[in-house]
Design a protein around this ligand. Structure first.
Ligand code: GLN
Length: 485
């Protein structure tokens, strides 16, 4: 058996037993990247020398009797997260060649846990997109079918984990960018509660929505990564100062008596019948395991997508103003300052420019109340929907995405059709809750279907446990897209 087929938790067990070394696991992953990633393009940068150095260090530490939660485990990091000494572009040409002088807190925590950083994964530019087609560099392919997108914006991370090019990965989820690609690539991905994980050193897209989350081939793998990255960080003023539960210990698989809400608005027009059927069967499975399901209503769901596509671009337009050719990345020398800034900003891709313009417009005097102000009001209504629902249910179950992975090029000409991929994920970002996507079947074309489990504020452990119970009973995650040679 090839070591890259192991799950993260299996690898960790074998590393602890001494039946495999971190160097062997890392070399196997790097070899697989050489074999597969020319086609797949999950990585923008493979930090092979650093990875091998970290792996050797991990093996030495283990030989001295040391251990760590991820000691020796190869992990991939979305290229929007700063890594000291390793190029970080956020998928944008405007940051080409930017080598951060420091680590994001999440990366520092991975290092402290002993993880091996394999490289930086592809993303839509500044995490704006649902397919990686907005990346300034390459489009990542879906490991299940190379003609299809892997989802986005953390499509590189999802594809890397699905194809065995890393044992786990970090992504960011501002409007669904962990859950949606997890759904499209048949892996598990979680968006923790806003503030559960530090955003320090994560290149900002929409600051009131951005959150880092883990990808794994199993729920336990996600729990293991979340355990390492969660927790208070004084460097991020929005970080929640609350104790971090033992997520792995919470995976008992016992969900009897748990109340699961099924929101009728998430099973509406536009939902692919095969997705509808698979998620329906998954909910029946949860019932069969002793959970109690109830139909609920989240009445303001239809305002979520328009509210998100005002709030996120508004915040992006403010965050992206810093890319002026003076402080970061390449500068295009013009005849004067204004010309220099103008030419440098021409490096932004079309979608990024569209969002900057949308956001600037929504925030401009005279339109602020009509657009941004209204969107904030809708956000409050959506938050209240969830708060009310969680008075009577513990977890909400729904599809992650209305469809399975669409074809490369299918939605690029029509931004609205692309935005619709996020219709079932953005409500969680606008609320104060958390969400996870896990595989719950395949469509006729063999593409994975994802179920979304949503929890109240800081209820990650409950969500993970429901997902774990389902995964253990069904085992969809055991089917892999790429066979190992
Ligand atoms: N697809 C959504 C967008 O384009 C969400 C992106 C994200 O979560 N980073 O904004």
């Amino acid at each position: 058996m090839n070591v890259t087929e192991l799950t993260l938790t299996e690898l960790r067990r074998r590393l602890r037993q001494g039946s495999v070394t971190s160097v062997a696991a890392t070399e196997a992953v790097l070899q697989r990247i050489i074999d597969l990633d020319n086609d797949l393009r999950a990585y923008l940068t493979v930090s092979d020398a650093l990875a091998l150095e970290m792996a050797r260090d991990a093996d030495e530490r283990r030989a001295l009797g040391e251990d760590g939660p991820l000691l020796g485990v190869p992990i991939a990091v979305k290229d929007i997260i700063c890594t000291q000494g390793v190029e970080t572009t956020a998928g944008s040409r405007i940051l080409e060649g930017f080598i951060p002088p420091y680590d994001a807190t999440v990366v520092a925590r991975l290092r402290a846990a002993g993880a091996v950083i394999v490289g930086k994964t592809n993303t839509d530019e500044f995490a704006m997109g649902s397919s990686t087609e907005n990346s300034g560099y390459v489009t990542t392919r879906n490991p299940w079918d190379h003609e299809h997108v892997p989802g986005g914006s953390s499509g590189g991370s999802a594809a890397a984990v699905a194809a065995g090019l890393a044992f786990g990965a970090l992504g960011t989820d501002t409007g669904g960018s962990v859950r949606q690609p997890a759904s499209f690539c048949g892996v598990v991905g979680m968006r923790p509660t806003y503030g559960r994980v530090s955003r320090w050193g994560v290149i900002a897209y929409a600051s009131s929505l951005d959150q880092v989350g883990p990808f794994g081939r199993t729920v336990a793998d996600c729990a293991a990564i979340l355990q390492v990255i969660a927790g208070h960080d004084a460097l991020d003023s929005t970080s929640i100062d609350a104790p971090v539960p033992d997520y792995e210990a919470a995976l008992t698989g016992d969900i009897s008596g748990l109340r699961i809400g099924v929101p009728q608005e998430y099973f509406a027009e536009g939902l692919d019948p095969q997705v509808d059927a698979a998620v329906g069967r998954a909910i029946e499975q949860l019932e069969a395991m002793g959970a109690q399901t109830v139909v609920i209503s989240l009445p303001h769901t239809r305002y979520a997508l328009p509210a998100y596509y005002l709030i996120a671009p508004a915040e992006a337009s403010a965050n992206l103003a810093r890319y002026d050719g003076v402080r970061y990345g390449p500068r295009c020398e013009g005849s004067n300052v204004v010309d220099t800034v103008k030419q440098t900003r021409a490096l932004f891709g079309a979608e990024t420019k569209r969002r900057i313009m949308l956001g600037t417009y929504a925030l401009s005097a005279g339109y602020y109340e009509a657009y941004y102000g209204q969107a904030l009001k809708a956000r409050t209504l959506i938050q209240n929907d969830f708060l009310q629902a969680f008075e009577s249910v513990d977890v909400i179950a729904a599809p992650t995405c209305p469809t399975t992975a669409f074809r490369i090029g299918e939605r690029t000409a029509d931004p609205l059709s692309m935005y619709l991929a996020d219709v079932l994920t953005v409500p969680v970002n606008l609320s104060a809750g958390c969400g996870l996507s896990l595989p719950c079947g395949f469509d006729d074309a063999g593409l994975p279907i994802g179920m979304q489990l949503i929890g109240n504020t800081l209820q990650e452990a409950t969500v993970l446990n429901v997902a774990y119970a389902y995964e253990r009973a069904t085992g969809w995650n055991r089917k892999r897209p790429v066979e190992t040679r």
